[in-house]
Design a binder for this molecule. Sequence first.
Ligand code: ADP
Ligand code: MG
Length: 243
Amino acid sequence: MQIEASHVGRLYGELWAIRDVSLKVPVGEPLLLLGPSGGGKSTLLRLLAGLETPQDGKITVDGKPLSTAESDLRTYRRRLGFVFQEGNLFPHLNAEENITLPLIRAHGFSQKEAQARAKELLERFRLLNRASYRPAELSGGQRQRVAIARAMGHDPEILLLDEPTSALDPEMSAEVTDVLESLSQEGKTLVLATHATGFARRIGGQVAFLHDHRLTWCGPTKEFFQNPPNEGARLYLSRIYRE
Ligand code: ADP
Ligand code: MG
């Protein structure tokens, strides 16, 4: 699936959360959205995901403008998977049910098919022995791995993640980034907002640097870290490395 944003802008009240953003989501390699807080990373993710629509410019999918009709957006979103900062698991369901419910409700799986798929994913993410645990009984790293398993249930074409490790301590973060690296190596396209620069360097792909509501640079991740492309990027990296 080829997703492209051209001159996209999103207004909240009187403020452009992002403005005049144009980029192509690369296929088969990750796209990392980097930049200071408030720069527009989450907004761009939501627009690419069809969770919101732009006031300006357009998103095209395989060359066709993304419709703004809710039913078309729903169809589009079914081709994607999402993971948010806090995972947003259903608190009253256990790990397995968190994975099976959307497969049954939104993707037409039978109960049996959904359970088989959930088992497969729980095993892959080393969570099989936590299948019957509710989110409150899991560690933060386990919760995020369940959230990734849930997002992967229907084998989405693209997985979009908004700061999936920012609420985690370093060890749990590593559990999650290991999973993401392995998905990426298998060729799953990830679009990912993150401040985890070590992980970003390892996973490679492309960087889109968002600063003050604008996309100020887009290019290979390696290049971004080897030779930060502009003053905003230099400042951002120096702040991150000081922490
Ligand atoms: P980032 O994810 O890089 O921290 P965001 O996309 O969340 O940046 O925010 C970009 C700008 O848009 C910020 O100024 C933020 O306050 C504003 N913004 C984001 N979402 C909303 C919203 N739902 N309502 C009003 N303002 C918003
Ligand atoms: Mg954000």
